[in-house]
Design a protein around this ligand. Structure first.
Ligand SMILES: *Cc1c(COP(=O)(O)O)cnc(C)c1O
Length: 361
């Protein structure tokens, strides 16, 4: 690691693998003999079209995206999908189920209420979103057009450890903060989407994977840029796509493949989060926000219960090279986001730091 790099625990935009940044750096003024940067190319040029197609193919291969599913490279962030999902899918029955387990599913649910009749499958706000309900606890509407949930709650540090069973009702899942961290069975979903800036690429790209037959039923006033059918027909190039981010995603996917693919990512994820939870559980000073069976493998939320001590921890950690550990204002305390790009060594060292802080405070 270059001597000026820190261990960056930011929730998003977040760390990218160093080798990916170095590769991008080496190609930044002259992409493989083209004489120009990827940032300077026409999105319709052969050289960029190849990058686009290869990136899509790599993602399809890595995630095992089956036939009948399309991959879209869009903009407007994960939050754009809060609107796009109901606009495109709710017309079937005018109703949808939302599982509210944190900030982003709550925002998505509020947005969807503009377009149809929404039922809450659950709402974990009663205990500040520190848990994920079990299947038996979900209230399901068999007439829902879709069932919506957020797989990993970035702010609260909880994660679904199962895929909800909803019968014939298609699943829509916000995977912004845990996509590419483990294998998923895409065929169980109607729509998977993710803002790229957590675990895939720089900010500016939103990846949508959808079962093609779900498109084409949009509400009449659906904005052009949010229409899944249009974006499928134009292969995400109705207008200029986020070219640079798509290129960066391609480099990240190469890195994931070189490091054991999604099962390799899962092993590393379990190693990192296991170490950190284990360390925190064995301290006197720190408490975890999430219930044990609902803990996230990506965002570890903890606190001392004493705001001044939390602030001291965050400050001393930063001075020691562990940055962006301050928790979101909704949870307070600390949050360590340990996405794919966080080296295991970074977590090992953070654990040492936590233990010594715990001893001396
Ligand atoms: C960060 C995040 C969002 C918001 O993403 P934007 O791209 O900024 O709109 C939505 N959902 C989850 C789970 C997130 O982590």
């Amino acid at each position: 690691m270059s001597s000026t790099r820190v261990y960056n625990f930011a929730a998003g935009p977040s760390a990218l693998p160093l080798s990916v940044l170095e590769r991008a750096g080496s190609e930044i003024t002259n992409y493989r003999g083209s004489g120009m940067s990827v940032m300077e190319m026409s999105h319709r040029s052969k050289v960029f079209m190849d990058i686009f197609q290869e990136t899509q193919d790599k993602l399809r291969r890595l995630m095992g995206v089956p036939e009948g599913y399309r991959i879209l490279f869009l903009q407007t962030g994960a939050s754009g999908q809060f609107s796009a999902v109901p606009l495109n899918l709710i017309s079937k029955t005018g109703r949808a189920d939302y599982a509210v387990t944190g900030n982003f599913s709550d925002l998505a649910c509020k947005e969807a209420r503009k377009y149809g009749q929404i039922s809450l499958a659950c709402d974990t706000g009663d205990r500040n979103h520190c848990y994920i309900p079990r299947q038996e606890g979900l209230k399901l509407d068999p007439k829902a057009s879709y069932f919506y949930y957020c797989a990993n709650n970035t702010i609260y540090g909880t994660e679904w450890d199962y895929v909800p069973r909803t019968g014939d009702v298609p699943l829509v899942c916000d995977m912004s903060s845990n996509i590419l961290s483990m294998p998923v069975d895409v065929s169980q979903y109607g729509v998977i989407y993710a803002g790229a800036q957590k675990n895939m690429a720089p900010a500016g790209l939103t990846v949508v994977i959808l079962r093609e037959d779900l498109a084409g039923h949009e509400l009449p006033h659906t904005p052009l840029m949010m229409n899944y059918r249009t974006m499928i027909d134009k292969d995400s190039m109705y207008n200029t796509p986020p070219c640079w981010c798509i290129y960066m995603l391609g480099l990240v996917l190469d890195w994931v493949e070189e490091n054991g693919g999604l099962s390799g990512m899962k092993k590393l994820r379990d190693l990192r989060s296991g170490m950190l939870y284990d360390t925190l559980e064995n301290t006197r000073r720190f408490q975890l926000h999430a219930d044990r069976d609902s803990r996230s493998g990506m965002n570890v939320t903890f606190r001392t219960g004493d705001e001044a001590l939390d602030a001291k921890f965050i400050q001393e950690a930063a001075a020691a090279g562990f940055v962006n550990l301050k928790g979101h204002r909704k949870t307070g305390g600390m949050r360590a986001s340990i996405y794919n790009a966080m080296p295991v060594e970074g977590v090992e060292k953070l654990c040492e730091f936590i233990k010594s802080f715990d001893k001396s405070n």
